[in-house]
Design a protein around this ligand. Structure first.
Ligand code: SF4
Length: 485
């Protein structure tokens, strides 16, 4: 299959990570449920998709390819993947590592490179000790077929001598450092575990008397399953014929759930730690209006869709009218055709189209959820001015992003971040906006009703919650020669 490269980025925001799904449900069409679970998680990764499935006791069959979920799987593929249990994965990868070999689930056979058991594994996160573990396994003669750190976890579990996968995981998981929400399957069970800080999300659901796991609860809604709870940091759950069992594998020094999941990554209809994200994002807008009012403005518009909920909250709290001043082409991330020279000059019009009748002559508050490099925002400000806006006041429902993420999110380098080394006034000038203000970190925690001591906000604060990660360290130091998922 040719390598697919989207011609247009969805936005210049941080790139999301990956999505995982797992289910044990012999009475159901598990590969179809995995397909639709992944379909709901598509926003977490658009570069590759894969499903592994097995009959109890039979071989594990894995299919994965570059592309979107609906490009990778056709009806006959799902029939070939029939079984009693399945896991799945959607992937976003950094540039240059978008090869088929790095798509997931990773599949290792019994006997492969000293393997003790056949397994398939899907992972969301980033190991910060991947290089050391990789070297150690290579020295033992373990072979790798990819450059992804997920294969390291798979190899550690596959080569471990314990009879039961759960006992192997109990010894392997304490050796992993970094972020890992992981789903793995052997022939008769699915296990799912989360790093001791709980950096990336992982939730547990129920379908009849069977169980499933996913990165986000929106994957349960689509298959008719019920969200039960979050898998706890350091916890492993087993889904098998016996139902569900749980084991605490490791206690972390502190929890550090990614606060950016609430702001941007996760779907607004997902629940995290019991909070519906659409509601939390609305509160971010309300608090932003309180912290950074725009007294002269007369209309609030969102940068769709990322700013929608916060814009509504801002308008509500400010007592200002709200309208759609920009229309977004919802299918923009799905074109793999390059626009070419003639169309390139229209730039962002591929993504957003301003409505002069709505924005003309108005003093706008324009709400978005984050700015990383600022290229998109700069073009939006210009586009709104060209459409006749009298003033453009940017309001961002997150603090300024100034530091890279070492836990599975592809941010730009610090030097590329527009807020790095600039005051909000200087950023406003760079963007051509009349004013710019950000939500405070305190405002974020008020909106998510969360405790800062149990979250990660390192990309805003520079305070990295895990020992061994700090801003001065190059992110490449952790990742080379391994790709991130
Ligand atoms: S650095 Fe930012 S994006 Fe990365 S885990 Fe922490 S809060 Fe999330």
């Amino acid at each position: 299959m040719p390598e697919l490269q989207p011609s247009l980025d969805e936005r210049d925001g941080p790139r999301d990570e990956c999505g995982v799904f797992g289910i044990y449900a012999p009475e159901h069409d598990v590969s179809r449920l995995a397909y639709f679970g992944l379909f709901a998680l598509q926003h977490r990764g658009q570069e590759s998709a894969g499903i592994a499935a097995a009959d109890r006791g039979g071989y594990i069959i894995t299919q994965r390819a570059l592309g979107l979920v609906n490009q990778v799987f056709k009806e006959h593929d799902l029939r070939a993947l029939a079984g009693d249990l399945a896991i799945g994965h959607v992937r976003y990868s950094t540039t240059g590592s978008n090869e088929w070999e790095n798509s997931q689930p990773v599949h290792r056979s019994a006997g492969q490179g000293g393997g003790n058991r056949e397994l398939a594994l899907a992972h969301n996160g980033n190991l910060i000790n991947a290089v050391e573990l990789h070297a150690e396994l290579r020295a033992q003669g373990v072979q790798f077929t990819s450059t992804s750190d997920s294969e390291i976890i798979a190899a550690l579990l596959s080569t471990h001598p314990a009879d039961r996968i759960e006992d192997a995981a109990a010894e392997v998981v304490p050796r992993l450092k970094g972020a890992f929400s992981t789903v793995a399957m052997v022939r008769d069970r699915v296990i799912a575990f989360r790093d001791p800080a709980g950096l990336r999300p992982l939730v547990l659901g129920q379908l009849g008397d069977r169980y499933c796991v996913a990165s986000e609860s929106c994957a349960f809604d689509i298959i008719g399953a019920t969200y039960l709870r979050d898998v706890q940091p350091g916890e492993m759950v087993t889904l098998s014929e016996k139902g569900i069992s749980s084991r605490q594998l490791v206690e972390g020094e502190r929890e550090a759930f990614c606060v950016f999941e609430y702001i941007y990554f996760a779907r607004p209809d997902s629940r995290m730690n019991g909070t519906l994200l659409q509601a939390a994002r609305g509160r971010m807008g309300e608090i932003l209006a309180r912290e950074a009012p725009a007294p002269d403005a007369d209309l609030v518009i969102a940068v769709p869709d990322s700013g929608n909920a916060a814009a509504r909250g801002f308008a509500r709290a400010a007592g200002l009218p709200q309208d759609d001043g920009l229309i977004k082409n919802r299918y923009v991330a799905r074109t793999f055709i390059q626009p070419g020279q003639e169309l390139r000059k229209h730039g962002l019009r591929m993504k957003f189209n301003p409505l002069p009748e709505i924005v003309g002559g108005r003093k706008l508050v324009v709400v978005d959820d984050s700015i990383v490099r600022g290229n998109t925002t700069r073009q939006i400000v210009q586009m709104l001015r060209d459409a006749g806006a009298a003033e453009v006041h940017m309001r961002i429902s997150a603090p300024p992003i100034k530091h890279p993420c070492h836990y599975g999110i592809d941010m730009s380098s610090r030097e590329e971040m527009i807020a790095h080394g600039r005051t909000p006034e200087e950023v406003a000038a760079e963007l051509g906006a009349d004013s710019l203000a950000y939500l405070s970190l305190e405002g974020v925690y008020e909106a998510v009703r969360g405790d800062r001591a149990r979250h990660c906000d390192a990309c805003f604060s520079g305070e990295y919650p895990l020992a061994g990660t700090h801003d001065a360290q190059s992110k490449d130091a952790f990742e080379l020669p391994l790709a991130k998922v």
